[in-house]
Design a protein around this ligand. Structure first.
Ligand code: ATP
Ligand code: MG
Length: 356
């Protein structure tokens, strides 16, 4: 696919959570249809997309029918099984590409890729067994964090090790999963860059946002982030390097630690990102439209920031505040259409527009 998608064309989206939902809305605004593929029943994106396929990732017939019904395939999460991608890729263009997924699915591959580009990450070691953990703790020192190589999100699959004597317990907690050890980075705060790259190689970055996590889950993103001009330029340049090295098409989230020694890359996410939701209220073209434009082969839009914004996730019972928030000026409400609130479940978010 080299020509831009025409009105009426269909974007296939793997995963039907809130990110897929907001991508579908953005696609619809551009006159494009969307088809969600998700193994779970009643996915939030299904309420707004034109079509939904509910089938497991290994259902070849369902995957073939899905591919036949769409013009391009994208995804809202990075843990798509390899065999699923092998099949889909043989049938339709998948954007972002395979390499971006492979790199970000595995924390070890990701760190090797980032350091290979000359970027700074936390010190890390591969941990195939208990002996490797003892050696890594001796080399890196404590505190450190043992993380599963795959399938971690919202701080899950991570154990902090404050004292090397805790190593056996930490190994046990991960239950034999392949892991890496990361040295603990002393940062003043966390920021992220939401960056986009089109098929022609043009790159556009949104202004970095400053992120606050609680219990391993993102709570707020604030723009502008506290950064010096030099750091802001650095953040954007390093994100561009990552996208270009991967020949990436679409939007990516690049998470950074701000330290006294400079910016340290935490991780990359090959998709629209929770810390980019502020763009819905701060920019003429938000991250969802930008992603749709990129994968559809349209020119990238203007992601310049027009307002100061605080994005706040509505997690679990936070949604009970919605009636009050609805009466508050300058608050943009986004609800994901999920069922009952549960602790830790992302139910929606708000964008509070700050006026000078
Ligand atoms: P998410 O889905 O929210 O991105 P995740 O499960 O992929 O989370 P990470 O981004 O690796 O996990 O870590 C979650 C948070 O834990 C980070 O945002 C940071 O606050 C803290 N953290 C992770 N690694 C380190 C480190 N090496 N040093 C210090 N803090 C860390
Ligand atoms: Mg993270």
């Amino acid at each position: 696919m080299s020509d831009p998608l025409q009105p009426g064309a269909c974007i296939g989206i793997l995963g039907g959570g809130q990110l897929g939902r907001m991508l579908s809305v953005a696609a619809a605004r551009l006159g494009l249809r969307s088809h969600i593929y998700d193994p779970g029943a009643n996915p939030p994106a299904g309420h707004v997309a034109e079509r939904v396929t509910t089938a497991p990732w290994d259902d070849e017939g369902a995957l073939r029918a899905f591919a036949a019904s769409v013009d391009v395939i994208t995804y809202e999460f990075e843990n798509i099984p390899t065999a699923t991608l092998d099949l889909l890729e043989s049938l339709r263009p998948v954007r972002p590409n395979r390499r971006a997924l492979a790199v970000s699915q595995d924390r070890l591959t990701e760190k090797d890729f980032l350091t290979g580009l000359g970027l700074t990450t936390a010190p890390y070691r591969d941990i195939p067994d208990a002996a490797a953990l003892d050696a890594a703790l001796a080399a890196i020192g404590a505190p450190a964090i043992l993380k599963t190589r795959r399938l971690g999100y919202d701080g899950k699959g991570q154990v902090r090790i404050v004292d090397p004597a805790e190593a056996p317990a930490a190994m046990a907690e991960l239950g034999g999963a392949e892991a890496i050890l990361e040295g603990f980075v002393t940062f003043t705060h966390e920021v992220s860059v939401i960056a986009a790259r089109g098929p022609g190689g043009e790159v556009a970055c949104f202004d970095p946002g400053e992120n606050v996590h609680r219990d391993g889950i993102l709570r707020t993103t604030t723009v502008p982030a506290r950064l010096t001009n030099a750091q802001r330029v650095d953040a954007v340049l390093l994100a561009s390097r990552v996208l270009t090295a991967l020949d990436y098409v679409g939007v990516m989230g690049v998470e950074l630690f701000v330290t006294a020694q400079g910016l340290v890359v935490n991780e990359i996410a090959p998709r629209v990102h929770n810390s980019g939701h502020w763009t819905q209220a701060g920019c003429a073209i938000d991250q969802f439209e930008q992603h749709v434009r990129a994968v559809a082969g349209w020119p990238l839009g203007n992601g310049e920031r027009y307002a100061d914004v605080v994005m706040e996730n509505l997690i679990g019972d936070d949604v009970d505040r919605v009636p009050d928030l609805a009466r508050t000026a300058d608050v943009q409400i986004h609800l994901y259409g999920k069922g009952a609130p549960r602790p830790g479940r992302k139910m929606g978010h708000i964008n509070r527009i700050l006026r000078g």
